[in-house]
Design a protein around this ligand. Structure first.
Ligand code: MN3
Length: 201
């Protein structure tokens, strides 16, 4: 059975003006779809086709010969998490257990935001910045291309796509403005909390 692109969890114009309908049209409808199409072509008739996306990512991460499969599986999975990590009227200050966990690991929620923003802005070229739970602590990391916390055994809690296709139509070269808007207006802290609970945090 082929892998299938999940629909967006909200209408394409739901995140405007912070993330436009046009951006979601291309980012979900073309880029995310392409990762699924490529992955299905690459794993067709191979034993990998019967695994989950997570299993494919872990299985292919350390095999340079399978880089094409890894990249497309990881990007398919990364975006599956990225869409529900945002919501209309999101962002701002988290409350409850995620706020407590961020304060415990970073000193304060604001310190976490500073660190997350610095990681997202300084990732050179295409990639992601992440908040993950790894070995009992919350960590901010940045990765190139499709690499994600699954590769190092972490649980992903929040991620921001900093490939240019994620922000260029709305922010052109102003990546810092995109990252700040993501934190201020878009983050779905309820979903982040749900992922934290699932990860045992
Ligand atoms: Mn993307």
């Amino acid at each position: 059975m082929a892998f299938e692109l999940p629909p967006l969890p909200y209408p394409k114009n739901a995140l405007a003006p912070h993330m436009s309908e046009q951006t979601l049209e291309f980012h979900h409808g073309k880029h995310h779809q392409a990762y699924y199409t490529n992955l299905n072509n690459l794993v067709k008739d191979s034993p990998l086709a019967s695994l989950t996306l997570e299993e494919i990512i872990v299985e292919t991460a350390k095999d340079p010969a399978k880089a094409g499969i890894f990249n497309n599986a990881a990007q398919a999975w990364n975006h599956n998490l990225f869409w529900p990590m945002m919501k209309p009227n999101g962002g701002g200050a988290p409350t409850g257990k995620i706020a407590d966990a961020l304060t415990q690991s970073f000193g304060s929620v604001d310190k976490f935001k500073e660190e997350f923003k610095a990681a997202a802005v300084s990732q050179f070229g295409s990639g992601w910045a992440w908040l993950s739970l790894e070995g009992g602590t919350l960590k901010v990391t940045k990765t190139a291309n499709g690499v994600n916390p699954l590769v190092t055994g972490g649980h992903t809690l929040l991620g921001i796509d900093v490939w240019e296709h994620a922000y260029y139509l709305d922010y052109q070269n102003r990546r810092p403005d995109y990252v700040q808007t993501f934190l201020d207006k878009l983050v779905n802290w309820d979903y982040v909390t749900e992922l934290l609970t699932k990860a045992g945090g």
